[in-house]
Design a protein around this ligand. Structure first.
Ligand code: DGJ
Length: 707
């Protein structure tokens, strides 16, 4: 059969897919200006001696039965039978940049529908739906999405992490076999953010070709980059199923999570910018023209020590500092005096709040702020009325002792009684109180997740989505934050149901620089909760200046995580200053194009945001450690209009001096800091701007204004 090719195109990237008699991506790369399907003949492969006598394509289904020999895209069986399907295309529909390919294996009784959508941002969304066409169940062990990438993608980048240290990038050179990332923690996880980036040798923020993927799924997952022995490479991503967890009855369909993929020919910035644009246009739901309000969250200020009188004083003080949303964290519900009891008992603690929640809410609103509250609905403490009444509501496998985590277990959301109880309690909370914002926490992993004796981790994630969907439908005005001990549940599928992420429980500005940069590869600043923490950080006991803390929080959705009542005058003035600065710049920070800059000295970290029309830009220079060199060198500023001239201003902290406190690093400042300079965008990009010499763990903010 003559091959038929379909092309999906965007201004940034193109994908060309052979669809008959099977589906195979033959090109995923830069946008092609002159494309003819006839050109695809140039890719007709030779057949090597000493191996199969046929060409073996890396199809969308990546079927082992074709002679792939690598990690297959589908594994499963019908009591041992029908275990090696091979799919043949039966129907292809292209509608603009959406392509749907239906394929069947009549022998095995299976249908595979692959949906591909190339967004105008350049982001490809792809998923499979597998249907069992026979009466006997087909046990699904694996169902993965496989994307071939160019052979020159020699390096692979992924993220490791842990609690208080999320999104740490690491990278390997992959010449043979596989690099695999597996998550069995039952939530997106701090440890294995579901993303992988492959790129040409030494790809960087601004250079090299990269292919990045993110699996939108808040449960177990597996991602892989594989090099076949013939040199071809592919990225593969899937939800990871526990033994026996997934079986399809007759006519039932299993969909993979959506995989989001972005190619850039200009390094990691191009990839991130496409992901950010895609999220802004397609995923993030936020009222247009509503600025992201400044938060004050009570957790690190008062922990479980809730006294409504004092909380109202905190709220008044917060409002004076410019805070726009006040959030009561953990500790408000019955018996919640520490982290060892009460999860599940979602009733107000009347000892702490004898007059109910309303006086506090009314006070917060009277101060001109929105009101938010913390919940952790999926959890139960053994020491709770709920557990005493319903010990069988725990997500568990019968006959086994299950370890607690933070003294808690998980509730079985697949049990309709549990689901209804949580819905009823959330209806009480959101239906009977004027709540604007919910911080939805999830502080433990799933261990032996079971429902009716069978593994149920995948089902638990789906039920969590259903619960949030239900609440979003009923309370469309309420915003949700996804928090899981900080950044344990950050992904695109949960973002469809939430408005913001709590990036980390670590508010140490130095650590936050790395965490937030890691998160920025896939998420724009406006969904990244970034709070100014206590002078002495509660996670690290390190102390940073208010300037370093304030500037670090500026490049996200800014808030405070502290008790404003206990701050001295200098600290309070600092809070006010950075709240003001954030309010001034948030329209730009939350809509502009983000850039990370390659710096010769790795101790200097630079990021910026440039307005869509290039009229303005902000660049943050963070000195993370003692500089390697005496001079800080030049910042070559990306993203500006080369033809325009820009006035350069040191926006923070402008009092930087050559003598005295903070002035010991230089005898003379760079020229632009002494006299106002106007410089062309082209010159700034090519030649650059001389940076001042900064102390370790300090930062400056530079503004560029088109003249
Ligand atoms: C973990 C979260 O990440 C914190 O911000 C805080 O909400 C605590 N849980 C409360 O228990």
């Amino acid at each position: 059969m003559e091959p038929i090719y379909h092309r999906l195109t965007s201004a940034q990237s193109d994908i060309v897919i052979r669809t008959q008699p099977f589906a195979e991506i033959v090109y995923w790369g830069q946008h092609l200006v002159h494309f003819s399907p006839l050109d695809c003949a140039s890719l007709d492969r030779p057949i090597a001696n000493g191996r199969l006598d046929i060409d073996t394509p890396i199809t969308l289904g990546a079927e082992l039965g074709r002679g792939l020999f690598g990690s297959p895209g589908i594994e499963g069986h019908r009591n041992g039978l029908d275990a090696s399907p091979i799919f043949t295309t039966t129907q292809v529909e292209q509608n603009g940049q959406n392509l749907t390919i239906t394929a069947e294996d009549k022998q095995a009784g299976l249908r595979l529908i692959s949906e591909l959508r190339l967004d105008s941002s350049g982001v490809l969304q792809i998923r499979h739906g597998l249907t069992n066409l026979r009466a006997t169940p087909w046990q699904v062990d694996r169902l993965a999405i496989t994307l071939p990438i160019a052979e020159r993608a020699l390096e692979v980048m992924a993220f490791h992490g842990r609690w208080t240290r999320e999104f740490q990038p690491h990278r390997i050179r992959l010449e043979h076999d596989s690099f695999v990332l597996e998550n069995r923690r039952g939530r997106t996880s701090h440890e294995h953010f579901p993303a992988m980036i492959a790129g040409t040798a030494a790809f960087s923020e601004q250079q090299g070709a990269v292919w990045g993927v993110h699996l939108g799924w808040s449960g177990n997952h597996r991602l892989r980059c594989e090099v076949k022995t013939d040199g071809r490479r592919y990225l593969q991503a899937e939800a990871l199923y526990l033994a026996g967890e997934m079986a399809l009855g007759e006519g039932e369909t299993l969909h993979t999570p959506w995989l989001y993929a972005s190619h850039s020919g200009n390094g990691l910035n191009g990839m991130s910018q496409q992901f950010h644009q895609f999220l802004r246009e397609q995923v993030i739901r936020f009222p247009e023209n509503k600025p992201r309000p400044v938060h004050l969250n009570t957790w690190e200020g008062i922990y479980f020590d809730h006294n409504p009188e004092y909380i109202m004083q905190m709220a008044s003080r917060a409002a004076e500092l410019g805070v726009e949303r006040f959030i009561i964290d953990d500790g408000w519900f019955k018996g919640r005096n520490h982290d060892r009891a009460a999860l599940g008992d979602w009733y107000l603690d009347e000892q702490k709040y004898p007059n109910g929640l309303m006086p506090v809410i009314n006070h917060v609103k009277a101060c001109g702020m929105e009101f938010g509250i913390w919940v952790e609905p999926e959890m139960i403490n053994p020491d709770s009325d709920l557990y005493r009444a319903h010990p069988d509501w725990v997500l568990a496998l019968p006959g086994y002792e299950q370890a607690t985590g933070r003294y808690q277990w998980v509730l079985d959301l697949s049990n309709p009684q549990v689901f209804d109880y949580l819905l009823e309690r959330m209806n009480w909370l959101l239906g009977e109180h004027p709540i604007d914002y919910v911080k939805w926490d999830m502080n433990r992993e799933l261990v032996q997740a079971g429902h009716n004796g069978k593994a149920a981790a995948d089902a638990q994630t789906r039920q969590f989505y259903r619960l949030l969907d239900e609440l979003n439908r009923k309370y469309p005005h309420v915003e949700f934050e996804s928090c899981a001990s900080g950044g344990g549940r950050i992904d695109y599928e949960v973002l469809k149901r939430t408005h913001r992420f709590w990036a980390s429980d670590n508010n140490d500005a130095l650590e936050r620089n790395t965490i937030q940069r890691g998160m920025s590869y896939f998420f724009p600043p406006e969904v990244m909760g970034a709070h100014i923490g206590n002078l002495r950080c509660h996670a690290t006991y390190r102390q940073h200046s208010i300037e370093f803390r304030g500037l670090t929080a500026l490049f996200g959705h800014l808030g405070m995580e502290l008790d404003p009542m206990t701050a001295d005058a200098a600290e309070s003035a600092g809070y006010e200053r950075y709240v003001q600065l954030y309010k001034q710049w948030r329209p730009l920070l939350h809509t502009g194009k983000q850039w990370r800059v390659d710096m010769p000295d790795a101790t200097t970290q630079v990021q910026g945001v440039v307005a869509e029309d290039k009229s303005q830009a902000l660049y943050l220079v963070s000195q993370l450690a003692m500089p390697d060199y005496t001079l800080a060198g030049n910042l070559r500023v990306p993203g500006l209009d080369p033809a325009a001239r820009y006035c350069i201003t040191l926006l923070d902290h402008p009092q930087i001096s050559v003598v005295g406190k903070g002035g010991h690093t230089m005898r003379k400042l760079p020229g632009w800091m002494e006299t106002t300079q106007t410089v062309s965008g082209e010159w700034l990009a090519q030649a650059g701007l001389a940076l001042p010499i900064l102390d370790p763990e300090s930062a400056i903010l530079i503004g560029f204004e088109r003249v």
